[in-house]
Write a protein that binds this ligand. Sequence first.
Ligand SMILES: CC(C)(COP(=O)(O)OP(=O)(O)OC[C@H]1O[C@@H](n2cnc3c(N)ncnc32)[C@H](O)[C@@H]1OP(=O)(O)O)[C@@H](O)C(=O)NCCC(=O)NCCS
Length: 170
Amino acid sequence: MELPLQKSLLRPWRTGDETSLEKHANNRKIWRNVRDHFPNPYTRGDAMRWILHASSALSENVFAICVDGNAVGSIGLVAKDDVYRKSMEIGYWLGEEFWGRGIMTEAVGAVSQYGFDRFDIVRLYADVFEWNNASMRVLEKNGYVFEARLKKAVIKDGMITDALIYAKLK
Ligand SMILES: CC(C)(COP(=O)(O)OP(=O)(O)OC[C@H]1O[C@@H](n2cnc3c(N)ncnc32)[C@H](O)[C@@H]1OP(=O)(O)O)[C@@H](O)C(=O)NCCC(=O)NCCS
């Protein structure tokens, strides 16, 4: 599945993206805002493992964000299970040199629409660390609504912080 947008192309991760992925993902400013399973430093081996995984098992759920032919970010949906099986969690990151151009605002809009069309879900949500105002803004611009502050729910970069839940309903 490919989603051609005005500012980027969303397409599955594939072999050949390793160099660009390693270059753009190897950034502490990105790592600081995502889960700890996202490596830092981000090595060639990490890029190879991610592409192997994302291009097969996750190919319907995760897109590379391509600008000028290079994969410079990622956006995806994680299925929830059991009583939460009608929900998916949206997650994303973008190479720092591309920040502030509206790329992620457009990508979140497209992937949210894709999620509701493609999967049998009624709820999309994101879990944002309390210092990440840019991500909150991206979500708000796409109709996600602030629902809850999970106090001291997260430890990131050695700091205990709140998690803010933003959700969009079908
Ligand atoms: C958050 C992130 C995805 C935003 O991507 P982006 O393409 O730069 O976002 P956009 O340009 O579409 O929109 C950013 C918005 O946030 C605003 N913004 C940026 N920095 C901000 C800040 N420090 N405080 C408040 N708003 C801020 C911008 O002004 C813009 O809003 P506007 O259009 O109303 O002016 C990107 O910075 C990133 O990858 N960060 C690291 C990883 C991450 O945070 N992932 C999300 C985890 S929940």
